[in-house]
Structures are given as structure tokens and as C-alpha cells.
Ligand binder design. Structure first.
Ligand SMILES: [Cu+2]
Length: 172
């Protein structure tokens, strides 16, 4: 009878130990995996080529307003640093830079008017890839974004009535 109790006791000890081992086996590789993934993410971020582009908004009247340049190219998988200069010297000439799906500019601009000035006239729309806030006369803004996939995109100003401010960004 005594023997049986001892054997049962050992059995409990062994199974407890077994459980502990299982748990530590589960958590350690998970933590290692997270670390590995984090390192990979950091590497990818570091490897990204940083490309600097400058876009100016020109024009003193509604007839003159335009982006300069009207076409730009950046490499695929690059990190883009945009310097956006509002070079208008007319008070109240507000401009933004909104990167959108090719051909969606009219719809985005119309939706932007509904979104209103509090949202920089930028609608919450999946066809908008990135945007600056509304810049004032003489103001320079900078933003950074990851270049979207290879292809062509439009950049537009969504200030009401500025529909002739349009340019094309090619991701090559
Ligand atoms: Cu504008």
C-alpha cells in the first residue's frame, strides 16, 4: 500500500514537471520569434531608399494656380520625403498636396469639399494615399510616406475650385 502511494506521488511530480517544461517551451520560441520579426522589420525600414522630392504650388489667381513640377518619378519601395512649398503670394491662397489613385481626382475633390476645411478638404477614402495639411501663403510643409506600389498616381490640391492643380507621380 505504501509503495503505491509513493508511485502515485512520483507520477504527480513527473507530470507537474512535464507541464512546466511544456509551458516554457511554448513561451520562449514565441518571444524569440517576436524579436526576429522586429529585427527584420527594422532591417527593411533601414534598407528603404529615401527619396527627396519638392513640389511647389504656384499662382496668384485661380487661372494661374498649378503644381510645379507636374510630373515626378520615385523608385518603388522607397521612402519619400516631400517638401511642399506654397509659393503663392496672394492672401487666402491655400493649397494642399493629396496623392490619389489615378483618375480619381474629380471624385476625391468633390468628396473633399464635403469633408470640409477641418479635414483639410481631404475625404476619408481608400483612394487617398497620403496628403499634407492645407498650407498658407508662403508656407512650406514636409511629409514622409512610403511610395505606393508600382504605377501612376495623381497628386491634386483639394481646396475647393483648385481642380486644375494636378500632377502625376510615377512609381517605377
Ligand atoms: Cu490649391
Amino acid at each position: 500500500m505504501k509503495k503505491l502511494v509513493i508511485v502515485l506521488g512520483l507520477g504527480v511530480l513527473i507530470s507537474c514537471g512535464g507541464n512546466d517544461k511544456k509551458e516554457s517551451k511554448k513561451t520562449e520560441p514565441a518571444a524569440e520569434k517576436v524579436e526576429e520579426v522586429m529585427e527584420e522589420v527594422e532591417e527593411v525600414l533601414e534598407e528603404k531608399e529615401v527619396v527627396e522630392i519638392t513640389v511647389a504650388a504656384l499662382g496668384e489667381s485661380m487661372a494661374e494656380i498649378a503644381f510645379e513640377p507636374k510630373a515626378l518619378s520615385v523608385p518603388a519601395n522607397s521612402r519619400v520625403k516631400l517638401t511642399f512649398e506654397n509659393k503663392s503670394s496672394a492672401e487666402g491662397m491655400l493649397h494642399n498636396f493629396v496623392l490619389v489613385e489615378l483618375g480619381s481626382s474629380a471624385e476625391i475633390a468633390a468628396a473633399g469639399i464635403k469633408a470640409g476645411i477641418d479635414n483639410n478638404f481631404v475625404p476619408n477614402d481608400e483612394r487617398v494615399f497620403t496628403n499634407t495639411t492645407m498650407s498658407k501663403m508662403g508656407e512650406t510643409l514636409t511629409i514622409e510616406f512610403d511610395a505606393p506600389g508600382k504605377g501612376s498616381y495623381h497628386y491634386i490640391c483639394t481646396y475647393p475650385g483648385h481642380t486644375n492643380m494636378i500632377g502625376r507621380l510615377n512609381v517605377e
